[in-house]
Each structure stands twice: as structure tokens, then as C-alpha cells.
Design a protein around this ligand. Sequence first.
Ligand code: ZN
Length: 337
Amino acid sequence: MINLNDLPAVTSPLPWHAYEWGKLNNQLETGHLPHALLLCGGQYSGKSQLALSLSRLLLCAHAEGGLNCGRCHACELSAGGSHGDFRWVQPEEKSRIIKVDQIREVVRFSNMTSGFGARKVIVLAPADSMNVNAFNALLKSLEEPASGTYIILVCHRMATVPATIRSRCQILQLPVPNQNDCCRWLDETTENRQESERLLSMTEGRPLLAQYLFNTGGAEVFATRNFALQALLARKITVPQAVALWADEEMVVFLDEIATDLQRILSALSIEQLRSKQARIAFGLADEVVDLQRAVSAGANPNKQLLADAFLSKCCRKLGAGIIGDNVLMEKGEDAL
Ligand SMILES: [Zn+2]
């Protein structure tokens, strides 16, 4: 969620998006900026900041140096979240999805004449949180874009965006942030290189999450949760203890972190170990998490406690401790799994 009511005068993209930013600027200058753009990149990597920088640049009346000027009336309005030609669509409070009604409103807006300048800008973030009905409602606006209207979709799971939508957008795949750039950027917050490195390593190179953990003091809890699955499989903690670690978190956080944990376990296995039955089960469990993530994105609302309990119990039952050690292949009891 981005707070759009109190922005700095100028919005610039994060340092690791400099190349993509140059490309977008170039397209804008030469009149080749597409009317529908899909920004795809990792979570917590600053995609929304890139979308916001581009939106404000498009709305600004006197853009300079490739950024919005920060002084014109349009910039004042966009800084206060009250620019009439700008819509930033995200899930409404307490909702995890962008609803079809929100999209219908956006379609109406895209058909109206711009009230201020020559351009209108619509950002949908995250587009992963739209369901099929919402995507279908958007389709017509992407097929026949109103003149001067730019639609920017932001997502981190390209597979959740239907092919009909993808084919009507220019896709900009954002790279994994350069870790040196991330570290330098995070140093401005932490004022401590070692701490920056520790947080980036803990968050697997996701700079905005690292900054969030530093600002909220949540790093230690995050670190415990990060390895909860390993601890559970090694029988160092019980299922109820593991479930309790996410007691104050939303379902999406639980699913994201378990997905990361499963990936970490799998990526630590050797090629030979990856052929074991346990590894295949772990891949199956990882797929199950992806299905659950899709269902939750589409509006499903299962009981988190029950789901976490059932899923973690299943991990214990099906994987056992073997998967996390060097003894994967030696576990000949696999057939009983
Ligand atoms: Zn301006």
C-alpha cells in the first residue's frame, strides 16, 4: 500500500531501476511510450515507486532532467493525491483484492476527457490482486485506449495476469536489484553497513522489506519465521508453536514466507537429492502454496489458523526431517511417505 497524500515534491525511481527508467524516458521523448505498460518484478523491489515516478512525470507540465519538476501546479496536485487526471487503484482497506467495481470506475474515468493537462494516468497495483472479472472489465480499455491515457499495471507474479491482458501491454520485466546498489541505498536508513548487509541477506535481497524491518524493528521475528519450516522439520519446534509465529500476520504473509522457506530448502539440495521422492513432495507442497496464493489473490478467505495448522502438519507428515539434511537419499523409508 502506498500513501499518495503526502508525497515529496519530486518522485524518483530507486537506483537499481536506473536503466529501465532511462528506457522509459527515451520512449516518452520519442513518442513511443506504450499506452499500456506491465511492470513485473520481485516483491519489495520498488516497482510501485517506478510506476509512481512515471505517473508524476507524465502529469507534470514542465518535466526536467527526466523527472517531474516538483513545482508546477500538476506536481503540487499529484503530491497531495488530488490530481484529477490520476487514478491509483489498489485493494481497498481490509481487502486484499482490487474489486471489479473499482475497475469499472477506472474504465469510466479512462473514457472521460482529461480535465487538466493532455494526459490521464491509471496505475493498478498490484495487478496480481485482480480476479478474472476485474481483468475482463479492464480489457476494453486496453484494447481501445482513450487518447492520452496511460495504464500501468504492476505485478510480481506474471502468471496471475491473463494472457489476454499481457498481450495488450508492453511488458517491462524488472531485473533483480543489484545488491551493491541496494546496500548503498539501505545504508542511508541504517547508517551501518553491517546491518544493511545482514538485513539484505535475511530478506534474500529484497531492499524495501529490509528497510521496513529496520524501521519497524521486526527483523528478529522475521528471522525466526524465516527458518520456521526448517525448525519444524528438525522437530525443534511443534506445529502449534510454528503457527503462533504468524498469529499477527495476514494470510498472504504466511503463504509468501512459507513459499520462500520451501524454495530455500529445495535450492539447498544437490542435483541427486532433487531426484528423491521427498524433493518431489516438497515441489508438490510448493505448488500447493502457489495455488493457495492464487486463491487468496482471487478473494478466497480461508481461516488462517486452520490452514496454517493443516499445511504445516502436512509438511511434517510428508517431508519428515530428511529433506533438510544430507540424508535425503538415505531415507529409504520414502516409499512409506
Ligand atoms: Zn511539474
